[in-house]
Design a protein around this ligand. Structure first.
Ligand SMILES: [Zn+2]
Length: 114
């Protein structure tokens, strides 16, 4: 399935190909603050449609993972993971035409990494 996603102000729009079967929430120092359910997908299944100039990059600790959020509305849209660089996490709350709260997520125990 192809799903479209966006930040709140629509400056950033993207498309993912996924069956949304792998949903995680992570307890690392940044994810616990964002509190977002994330769809974990292969990097090649993510396509930014617009808004690269609106994205801000945040990095910390080992500066491997890349956490992106919209400069204007502040919403976390996606990140490149540290544990597996072929994968990405996408904010399930940014995906259009689904009910993010109805998804059950599994725990990613990232606490020990950060
Ligand atoms: Zn925005």
């Amino acid at each position: 399935m192809i799903y479209r996603g966006s930040c709140h102000c629509k400056s950033v729009e993207f498309e993912i190909e996924s069956d949304l079967s792998f949903i995680r929430q992570c307890n690392c120092s940044i994810c616990i603050r964002k509190n977002a359910k994330m769809a974990i997908i292969a990097k090649e299944n993510f396509q930014l449609l617009k808004g690269s100039e609106s994205l801000s990059l945040y990095q910390f600790n080992k500066n491997i993972a890349k956490h992106y959020f919209c400069k204007k509305c502040g919403i976390y849209t996606h990140h490149n993971t540290r544990s597996d660089e072929t994968k990405m996490g996408v904010n399930l709350g940014c995906i259009e035409n689904i009910d993010p709260l109805s998804f059950v997520s599994e725990l990613a125990d990232g606490k020990k990494l950060s």
